[in-house]
Design a protein around this ligand. Structure first.
Ligand SMILES: Cc1cc2nc3c(=O)[nH]c(=O)nc-3n(C[C@H](O)[C@H](O)[C@H](O)COP(=O)(O)OP(=O)(O)OC[C@H]3O[C@@H](n4cnc5c(N)ncnc54)[C@H](O)[C@@H]3O)c2cc1C
Length: 481
């Protein structure tokens, strides 16, 4: 058994399949309402799927389809997560965004985008001219003709978010069953039997939050309403020295197919360029490609020419769980005690709490008993952002515990104290990638060259099962840096 896991065989009210940002949000919402809940994932940690490999923007929803479920849940999720993040210590920076028009045709589209934003309930959006664009972003490439300011768009830590939800769910009594791929479901009354690689989970309700495999899980429940068409997005992470090049998120004019290639700061102090949008047949294909990265570099040079001179720290790819329908595929079948939460394509991080609130509300309407408690305080997570005070900067904390003054990862300024805390926490990492997502260790420009041996030693000394994976990072395992 692994720390953080409690794979006992007691039946649960609800089995949530998929411990990404959506599944953990749902498990959290259920557990804090006294619903007994098992959170199941095939992976060795929470948040290892698309949830760790995205653009890390807390979207307002200004450009969604007005009237869609996505628009509604994203708007609600944006408000809920903004508040939750502030209380849980999840890094968020309220940078705002500029949507830049580079052609007369794109300029002509701006009024419609502004109108759409208002219809989506995002009213603090306004048009600006080229002079104002260059005043706000002097490093912007030549040729910008005008744009829209969207002050509410923000950047957020995609790693701490599902970790916070899962930590809170566990504290409220949820059970976590990792390394447990669901291979079949014997749906029945009065209980379902969810067959996993580590045994059978008995439950009254099944929630399908399996992301890229949600169509397969839906089929296990007898469904065939949608097919996931993975859409790969490749991204490039630039070194922290690139960060002064911009202060806001720089968005393109979106198309019907994609939000397009953006340049954004990250909460870790880097700059992110991407993503591409390419349909791929394999829901596990998170490889980056020479062609994809070349296309991004070309777009990046146009948007922010200074990027060309900056060092690339990492590249990675994530897969959007797209379907033939643009909108989220969410429904609850009360008679069969089944909730499908699928097709959460490009906005699931931002919408996660809105989705969880909506789904648990539908489940309650269908007969699931919620305690009706007022929302409890979230756990306070270790702060890994760049904008706030980190332990190595906190003299009082170092005085009380000198381990916070001992830096192990010099690129990212991660201390022994933070690594120790992560390894001893309620949801410890299963490998070095998990430790990276909890602390930022190994995430910097040296790629772990200087600290990997020390970090591996600390891991080995923690009493946790020693990870088999080497310290290095494969491109496929990358996430926003
Ligand atoms: C390139 C890119 C950029 C994006 N940018 C943003 C952004 O800036 N802002 C934003 O809000 N959103 C963004 N998104 C979207 C967001 O990342 C997703 O909507 C969100 O992560 C989906 O979360 P999830 O929990 O549904 O899926 P996942 O995180 O993929 O989780 C699904 C989980 O289910 C598990 N699973 C699957 N099948 C099984 C099985 N049979 N048994 C057990 N477990 C199983 C998987 O292991 C996985 O952990 C972006 C997405 C991409 C790809």
């Amino acid at each position: 058994m692994w720390a953080g896991e409690t794979p006992d065989d007691r039946p649960a009210d609800v089995a949530v399949i998929g411990a990404g940002v959506v599944g953990t949000a749902i498990a959290r919402a259920l557990a804090v309402q006294d619903v007994s809940c098992v959170l199941i994932d095939a992976a060795n940690d929470v948040g290892t799927g698309t949830s760790k490999a995205n653009t890390a923007i807390l979207h307002t929803g200004f450009d969604t389809v007005p009237g869609s479920l996505e628009s509604r849940l994203l708007r609600r999720g944006y408000e809920l997560l903004g508040d939750y993040a502030a209380r849980a210590g999840i890094p968020v920076e309220r940078t705002g965004a500029l949507l830049v028009a580079w052609t007369p045709e794109q300029v002509a589209e701006l009024p419609a985008i502004e109108d759409k934003a208002r219809r989506n309930g995002v009213t603090d959006v306004f048009r600006i001219g080229a002079d104002e664009l260059y005043r706000r972003e002097p490093a912007l490439g030549p040729g910008a003709l005008g744009g829209l300011a969207i002050p509410g768009e923000s950047i957020i830590c995609p790693w701490t978010t599902p970790l916070a939800y899962a930590t809170q769910a566990l504290a409220a009594g949820a059970r976590l069953r990792l390394r447990s791929q669901v291979t079949g479901i014997r749906a029945g009354a009065p209980e379902h039997q969810v067959v996993t690689g580590t045994g059978v989970v008995r439950c009254r309700w099944v929630v399908n939050a399996a992301g890229l495999r949600s169509d397969a899980v839906d089929a296990m429940m007898g469904g065939d309403r949608f097919t996931i068409r993975p859409r790969r997005g490749e991204l490039i992470v630039f070194d922290k020295l690139a960060r002064p090049l911009l202060s806001e998120i720089l968005l393109p004019v979106p198309t019907a197919r994609t939000k397009g290639v953006l340049v954004a700061p990250t909460v870790y102090g880097n700059v992110l360029l991407g993503p591409t949008a390419e349909d791929v047949p394999d829901p596990a294909d998170v490889a980056t490609t020479a062609a994809g990265l070349a296309a991004l570099m070309e777009a990046g040079r146009r948007i922010l020419p200074g990027l060309a001179a900056e060092e690339v720290t990492a590249t990675y790819a994530g897969l959007r769980a797209a379907t033939a329908d643009r909108d989220y595929q969410i429904w609850v079948d009360g008679a069969r005690r089944y909730a499908c939460v699928a097709g959460i394509r490009s906005t699931g991080l931002s919408a996660s709490l809105g989705i969880a609130e909506y789904v648990t509300g539908l489940m309650a309407e269908a007969g699931l008993r919620l305690a009706g408690r007022t929302e409890p305080d979230p756990p306070v997570m270790p702060y890994i952002g760049q904008a706030g005070t980190r332990p190595y900067q906190d003299a009082a904390r170092i005085a009380a515990d000198p381990e916070y003054g001992t830096i192990v990862c010099h690129c990212e300024r991660v201390t022994r104290g933070e690594i120790r805390d992560a390894l001893a926490g309620p949801l410890p990492p299963a490998d070095l990638d998990g430790l990276r997502r909890r602390t930022r260790v190994l995430n910097g420009r040296c790629q772990g060259f200087y600290c990997a041996a020390t970090v591996a030693q600390l891991f080995a000394g923690s009493g946790l099962p020693v990870p088999a994976a080497p310290a290095g990072r494969s491109p496929a395992a990358e996430s926003p840096a």
